[in-house]
Design a protein around this ligand. Structure first.
Ligand SMILES: *[C@@H]1O[C@H](CO)[C@@H](O)[C@H](O)[C@H]1NC(C)=O
Ligand SMILES: *[C@@H]1O[C@H](CO)[C@@H](O)[C@H](O)[C@H]1NC(C)=O
Ligand SMILES: *[C@@H]1O[C@H](CO)[C@@H](O)[C@H](O)[C@H]1NC(C)=O
Ligand SMILES: *[C@@H]1O[C@H](CO)[C@@H](O)[C@H](O)[C@H]1NC(C)=O
Ligand SMILES: *[C@@H]1O[C@H](CO)[C@@H](O)[C@H](O)[C@H]1NC(C)=O
Ligand SMILES: *[C@@H]1O[C@H](CO)[C@@H](O)[C@H](O)[C@H]1NC(C)=O
Length: 902
């Protein structure tokens, strides 16, 4: 991960600022600068390995003058434990009408109590509020036909943006959202009015009070991207961002993007509510206009129906959900995808699953006809899908427009912008290691549950698969996930879920993700190179995403990694065309670039820009032709399609090839604790891209080290400090045995040192991943065990049955984490003698971790031992794990193809 000079967030700040707000207002800008400067310099002294908000470090800084009571201290220790090591899905406090909704949370009127909904101007979209109101509404829709009013305001995080909505005096013009950095005097004006920081990360940049950025660029950016009504009210309500522009700093882009999301981004087509991992309900959404629960009157009707009078009403989501679940509207809106076969639906239950070769080819032209023949029966999703297919099949690959946008050119942000969808960018989440891991973990778990619920076939790929191989987890330095889907399943996903907002089951978490499928999925080659990714599963609260690529037969030039297959079979395959790409329209989308170029000169429908783009493509193609080592480079496109088809070689649009037998049968496993599929030849698959070491064990890679005793990757610099070989770390014991062959005692010492170095985030991940990584170790042994493939598959099935459901999440729900953090801020007090009590918590965790390793070592780990009972006659003790560590198991793939598979 790239380290930037972030300033940590501080718990005490909120309190101090609240008290001093009047002073600020009186003294004005110069004092604002002084105070900011002082805050920033004091914070810089904190240092530390991870640039995240850290309650323990912050409360020794003496911001507040409150002293906690004894009860609060107990609370403090417990909430500390819960914050770092707990993963339960549990709200710290109930959400109520009077305490939460009717108290102004931010802005000049902070703390004011409202008398009724009519006085509500903005609110935080707490899931309990929004869900309760929406479920209540859905229950009323007995016809089952109504569309749901929708605004992104209710479904994404607008907490900080609310500060701009709260302003009464200060106006927020277009310029505010498009300057490279905030203009200090405008920022001061806003912060003085609201009495707190507008944002907290990386404020030291403003330490030097940068002057206004009034460059011509700013005017250019605004010209086609923002409209503002200068005579309207103060605040941000009269400013509308209509297009996104990067080249600004992340804190600026963040608010720009939130404004854009609120005012400009289209509503989704539907919301899809997960029923754990077993199914879902889908409800169409009104696409225009945008209406939040206040504007649509839904909140009002909810309160009326609940007859909420003077008592404080609790928004009880679980009660509301239970009612919804067994209601008639729920039954009417149950998703049922008839295109998915029983066997496919079973893929996330059976230990291994065949996919059909025909799943790697898709005939979109025929599909268009089928859909057109029943046009009156099509759902909103199907109509949109049909339109997309029409456009896609009629567009030559040279002109396929770029579909996904990333803020790749943010200022002072290295290249981290690439990891975010532009529309949902919500700040530099990677500045907070734990927060980023929490979001990523929640995202992949929800995605896998989504796949399982609908029988969508999709397997782990690229770096994600590589991470899985070691411990069933992604690499901790990976900032996204990669998965692959057969083209047929990509189409099924587009047909039913493109532009749906997937909502995690509210009994399990608060994840919210938009599914976005590209507009040119019938093109299966790299083309103009702008659409390597077919679809994304995007977290709407951070913009982080899972990259989904479709795999299909195509006319791509075969990768030279498959030269052997080519030379072995080319004569028997010959050059006669037996299989042709069904998606091409003759003399339109099938013409080679050079022919297209010639035709353009005489056809007025092409613009100068088209011509330039094509010229560039032709040049690139010629260059590629001369340097390419592809064995099929002298074949025509038609011949290449035929060849790839015959060789069962399929590719994504970035021309990564996979051979059918490498993938099928897919093997069921666990990834981040939830069911997932992997190719049966995962080592071969990875070796087409990476040089995977043959040995499983201690391994160093690009500043990270895999410690087999931890079954986890750690930053090498942190390990070095914790080993303390040279004794330079004061108060840290020296670990004597070498890192690549630790004695059991030293494993314990290493855990303890990590705790004493206050590497709490690492400790937390080591602790919460221990079941998943131990499971993977046992699974590895079973995958590589002696015997027949049939026996191995059977043993894997049993392992999943016995232990699979015992695995737990790595992190907690991100929203719960946020609430706990807020609660912590309210509790934390300075000079608190419980500092040691908090360190105790870390040391206890270190001791627990050692105990786990010791029990594994002595083959007594209860997690691996299931009592044999009447109900569970197959139970067995899994403590014996042999032949994995230190062995060269990855020389070969595990052999998981049974006789029936051939
Ligand atoms: C808070 O604690 C400090 C140090 O323990 C003590 O000096 C101070 O008097 C206490 N303040 C109050 C208000 O109790
Ligand atoms: C249900 O359908 C009836 C008749 O079509 C209509 O009048 C009524 O408004 C509908 N109710 C809802 C909640 O959509
Ligand atoms: C799904 O739809 C098919 C065909 O319409 C039907 O036969 C099947 O019973 C449905 N399944 C469920 C679970 O509703
Ligand atoms: C998915 O939706 C987007 C946005 O409406 C659209 O541009 C794209 O063509 C759709 N893709 C498919 C395959 O339906
Ligand atoms: C292909 O299209 C071009 C122009 O659109 C036309 O001139 C030509 O005759 C067509 N060729 C065939 C074989 O249809
Ligand atoms: C598996 O078989 C190999 C070769 O036959 C043998 O060397 C090895 O000890 C066996 N492993 C186990 C765990 O039985």
């Amino acid at each position: 991960m790239v380290r930037l000079h972030w300033v940590r967030r501080l718990s005490g700040l909120t309190k101090m600022r609240r008290r001093d707000v009047n002073v600020w207002a009186v003294c004005g800008v110069s004092v604002w600068l002084l105070i900011s400067t002082w805050l920033v310099t004091s914070k810089q002294n904190l240092g530390g390995p991870f640039a995240s908000w850290d309650p323990r470090k912050s409360w020794s800084t003496g911001w507040s003058t409150d002293n906690g009571t004894a009860a609060e201290k107990v609370d403090l220790v417990e909430s500390y434990r819960e914050f770092y090591y707990g993963t339960k899905f549990e709200y710290p406090d109930p959400y109520t009408l009077q305490k939460d909704l009717f108290v102004v949370h931010v802005g000049p009127e902070k703390g004011r109590r409202l008398a009724s909904v009519d006085e509500l101007e903005f609110y935080d979209s707490d899931p309990r509020l929004v869900w309760s109101v929406v479920f209540e509404h859905l229950l009323q829709d007995r016809n089952g036909s109504g569309s749901l009013p929708f605004s992104w305001y209710d479904w994404a995080d607008f907490r900080d943006y609310n500060k701009l909505l709260s302003l009464k005096k200060t106006d927020v013009p277009c310029k505010f959202f498009f300057q490279k950095h905030f203009d200090s005097s405008k920022l001061a004006e806003i912060e003085i009015e609201i009495g707190e920081f507008l944002f907290e990360l990386d404020r030291d940049y403003y330490f030097d009070a940068p002057s206004e950025d009034s460059s011509a660029d700013v005017q250019d950016r605004i010209a086609d991207a923002c409209v503002s009504n200068p005579r309207a009210d103060a605040g941000a309500r009269s400013t509308v961002v209509t297009a996104l522009k990067d080249k600004v700093r992340p804190e600026v882009y963040r608010l720009q993007a939130r404004n854009h999301l609120l005012n400009t981004v289209e509503n989704p087509i539907s919301i899809t509510i997960m029923d754990k991992d077993s199914g879902s309900w889908q409800f169409n959404v009104e696409r225009i206009p945008r209406k939040n629960i206040l504007e649509s009157g839904l909140l009002d009707s909810y309160l009326q129906r609940k007859e909420v009078k003077n008592h404080d009403h609790v928004f009880d989501l679980s009660k509301q959900f239970a009612e919804f679940e067994k209601s008639k509207p729920a039954r009417a809106h149950r998703v049922n995808i008839t295109e998915i076969s029983e066997e496919e639906r079973n893929a996330f239950h059976a230990p291994s699953t065949h996919i059909r070769k025909s799943d790697f080819e898709f005939d979109a032209l025929t599909r268009i006809q089928e859909l057109e023949s029943k046009i009156d029966e099509l759902t909103a999703h199907e109509k949109a899908y049909l339109n997309s297919l029409r456009v896609s099949t009629q567009t030559h690959y040279a002109f396929a427009p770029k579909h996904f946008r990333e803020p790749s050119d943010l200022s002072d942000f290295e290249s981290l912008g690439w990891h975010h969808d532009a529309r949902f960018f919500n700040g530099a989440v990677f500045q907070d290691f734990l927060d980023a891991r929490t979001r990523l973990d929640s995202m992949i778990r929800t995605f896998q549950k989504f796949l399982k619920a609908h029988g969508l076939i999709c397997w782990l790929a690229h770096g994600t698969l590589y991470g899985y191989v070691y411990n069933g987890l992604s690499f901790p330095w990976d900032n996204d996930f990669d998965v692959q889907m057969p083209i047929r399943h990509l189409h099924i996903m587009a047909q039913h879920f493109n532009q749906t907002l997937v909502l995690e089951d509210p009994r399990e978490g608060n994840g919210k993700f938009i599914i976005d499928v590209g507009s040119s999925i019938t093109t299966r080659i790299k083309g103009n190179g702008m659409n390597n990714i077919d679809a994304r599963f995007i977290d709407v609260d951070s913009g982080l995403y899972i990259d989904i690529t479709g795999i299909s037969v195509s006319s791509a030039m075969l990768s030279d990694r498959y030269a052997a297959e080519f030379y072995k079979f080319r004569d028997s395959i010959g050059t006669e065309i037996k299989h042709a790409d069904p998606n091409l329209i003759a003399n339109e989308t099938d013409i080679p670039l050079q022919v297209l170029a010639n035709r353009m000169d005489s056809d007025a429908k092409y613009t100068e820009e088209d011509k330039k783009a094509l010229e560039k493509l032709v040049t690139e193609a010629n260059k590629e032709m001369s340097s390419s080592k592809s064995p099929s480079k002298y074949y025509s496109a038609e011949q290449r399609y035929n060849l790839n088809y015959e060789l069962d070689l399929y590719n994504c649009r970035n021309h990564h090839f996979l051979q059918y037998d490498m993938i099928s049968p897919l093997i069921l496993t666990r990834f981040h604790g939830v069911p997932a599929l992997v190719p049966n030849q995962y080592i071969t698959t990875l070796r087409k891209e990476y040089s995977v070491p043959s040995r499983y064990g201690f391994l160093a890679h690009k500043g990270n080290t895999y410690v087999p005793e931890f079954r986890y990757w750690c930053t090498s610099t942190v390990l070095k400090q914790a080993m303390n070989k040279k004794g330079t770390q004061e108060g840290i014991e020296v670990v004597n045995s070498p890192l690549n062959s630790l004695s059991i005692e030293d494993v314990g010492l290493l855990y303890k040192n990590i705790a004493e170095l206050r590497e709490v985030e690492l400790l937390s991940l080591l602790h919460n991943s221990r079941k998943q990584s131990t499971y993977r170790l046992k699974e590895l042994e079973l995958q590589y065990a002696n015997g027949t493939a049939h026996q191995r598959i059977e043993e894997l099935r049993r392992l999943e049955e016995q232990l699979g459901s015992d695995l737990c999440p790595l992190t907690k729900d991100p929203y719960i984490q946020h609430l706990q953090r807020e609660k912590w801020r309210a509790l934390a007090t300075p000079n608190d003698p419980s500092s040691e009590a908090l360190s105790e918590v870390d040391l206890e965790v270190a001791t627990d971790l050692l105990k786990w390793v010791e029990l594994m070592h002595s083959k007594q780990l209860p997690f691996l031992k299931k009592a044999v009972s009447g109900e569970n006659p197959e139970s067995r003790d899994y403590n014996q794990i042999d032949g994995i560590e230190g062995n060269f198991i990855f020389r070969l793939d595990p052999d998981l193809r049974t006789k029936e598979d051939d």
